[in-house]
Write a protein that binds this ligand. Structure first.
Ligand code: GAP
Length: 488
């Protein structure tokens, strides 16, 4: 179970990973046992950042939008759910093992990476024909053909350096476990691979009890589990992760308008959070899943290239219709405006909380080098920064710690505040920079005389003198979600 090699991690990502570990954001899971591949734990500052991102998403959906409500469905669901959704039969990745290194790879990823290498070497045409051949073979589910492609191209295992490959097989990504007696076959259940199905099976419950009228949405944040073959690039692809999904139920025939609207709204959300436009792009899916009539990803430029952060999918009535078939319970909505019953169509927005966390960390990680000094800091949007302000008495005597503690007490019910009195003031500023605290508030002897403090701003390192009575308002203004909501 030891953590294995992590190809694809470049120098910048490595710096971010070690920063995340050293400063209390993300640790490998069960590290004292050498970790568990593709599973991670969040530390003191990581959990605050992640909770802030989740709360921002939740409030955007359930407060800023008038017609979206939330649910919190269980991770375990009736096993037929996953028959109806198609996951039992087709939630597969093609895998191949190298017989010498005993390493397992996703066959399609091996070919894609080989094509990318060819492209980097200037063999663009060859790379394109390779990816086109791969797409044709996957479409035809020709796994023997995929293996031939790998061997004919001379693709080698990066560990053993040989082409001694097994056949390509389909590998279902769902984790299964047993409920009750292990012996009974019927007791096999799955850890959900997406949160969306918890929303679909509750569609009528929510619609009726929250008295929702189409068009309306149901939002959910929760854990999902996938037995990913290619697990790497830190928290980008994990086996246990969190999704933030929203299913928006619409009248059939209006779905493509809503799809466009949600794609634009979600892009504005990312921009409002401070992600530079140049680092975001939309990527339309050329090959649509069987249930979709339009789909796109919002991609972010991670240190390892542009990759999906969020998916926007027009899922038609596939899921509700399929649950109606399998459960034999009608999943229809009566639309009083047109006097008709129908199964609503669905637009889904789906974003990984961990992937958004990684995006936020990559965006924030800043190394500044001038001739005099170098400085590393995390330039988080103040609204999501784990700690909003650090209160720092410049010396540990003369009543300054007590005065600083009074300020902490006045602010701590509304903001996550740190008190720190050890080490030089410069070192304490540096430490707050490293965890991305937007404001450092120094308490000195003048404070005792006139109730003013020095605010030091993280991004500019500029300092200003302000009255203690102004602190609450200043911090509230800078950290409020409202400024983000207003831009969406
Ligand atoms: N319900 C639709 C769905 O699950 P998906 O594209 O498979 O669609 C949606 O996943 C989002 O979930 C992705 O855009 C990504 O942010 C996140 N995600 C998916 N697999 C992940 C993994 N193994 N680790 C971390 N995040 C993942």
């Amino acid at each position: 179970m030891a953590k294995t090699e992590t190809p694809g991690e470049n120098a910048q990502l490595k710096d971010i990973i070690s920063h995340a570990k050293e400063y209390g954001f993300v640790y490998p899971s069960s590290e004292i046992y050498d970790g568990l591949q593709a599973v991670y734990d969040y530390g003191a500052y990581g959990v605050e950042l992640k909770n802030n991102l989740k709360r921002l998403w939740w409030e955007t959906m359930t407060r800023v939008s008038d017609n979206i409500v939330g649910i919190d469905a269980a991770i375990f669901m009736h096993p037929t759910t996953w028959k109806a959704s198609g996951h039992v039969d087709s939630f597969n990745d093609p895998m191949i093992d190298n017989k010498d290194s005993k390493k397992r790879y996703r066959a399609d990823v091996l070919v894609e990476e080989h094509a990318a290498k060819l492209e980097n070497e200037g063999q663009v045409e060859k790379a394109n024909s390779l990816t086109a051949a791969l797409a044709r073979l996957l479409e035809a589910e020709d796994l023997a053909g995929v293996r031939d492609l790998i061997t004919n191209e001379g693709i080698k295992c990066p560990i053993s350096g040989t082409s001694n490959w097994t056949d390509v097989r389909q590998f279902n990504l769902m984790f299964s476990t047993q409920v009750g007696s292990v012996a009974e076959d019927a007791s096999t259940i799955y850890l959900r691979p997406e949160t969306a199905q918890g929303i679909f099976v509750n569609f009528l419950n929510v619609q009726k009890t929250a008295r929702m009228k189409v068009p309306f949405g149901i939002a959910q944040i929760g854990k999902a589990f996938r037995n990913e073959i290619v697990a790497r690039q830190f928290i980008f692809r994990m086996r246990e992760f969190e999704q933030m999904e929203m299913q928006f139920f619409v009248r059939p025939g209006t779905e493509l308008d809503w799809y466009q609207k949600w794609a634009d709204t979600r892009m504005r959300w990312h921009l409002a959070l401070g992600t530079p436009a140049a680092k975001l792009r939309k990527h339309d899916h050329e090959k649509l899943a069987h249930y979709a009539n339009a789909a796109m990803d919002i991609e972010f430029e991670f240190p390892f290239g542009f990759k999906e952060v969020e998916g926007i999918h027009s899922r038609t009535d596939f899921d509700l219709k399929s649950h109606q078939e399998y459960s034999k319970k009608k999943q229809q909505y009566f639309d009083p405006e047109i006097n008709q019953n129908y199964i609503p169509y669905v637009i889904e927005t789906s974003i990984g909380a961990d992937r958004l966390f990684l995006l936020t960390l990559c965006n924030a990680y800043t190394e500044e080098k001038t001739e005099e000094k170098s400085r590393t800091y995390l330039k988080f949007h103040p609204a999501v920064a784990p700690v909003k302000a650090a209160i720092l008495p410049i010396v540990k005597k003369d009543g300054l710690p007590e005065k600083a503690q009074e300020i902490v007490d006045a602010l701590k019910y509304d903001f996550n505040i740190i008190y720190e009195d050890s080490g030089s003031i410069g070192k304490r500023y540096t430490r707050q920079d490293l965890i991305g605290t937007p404001f450092c508030i120094a308490v000195d002897h003048q404070t005792l005389e006139d109730n003013t403090v020095t605010i030091r701003h993280r991004d500019t390192t500029e300092q200003e003198r302000v009255a203690i009575s102004e602190l609450h308002g200043r911090i509230a203004e800078a950290t409020s979600f409202r400024r983000i909501f207003e831009k969406i």
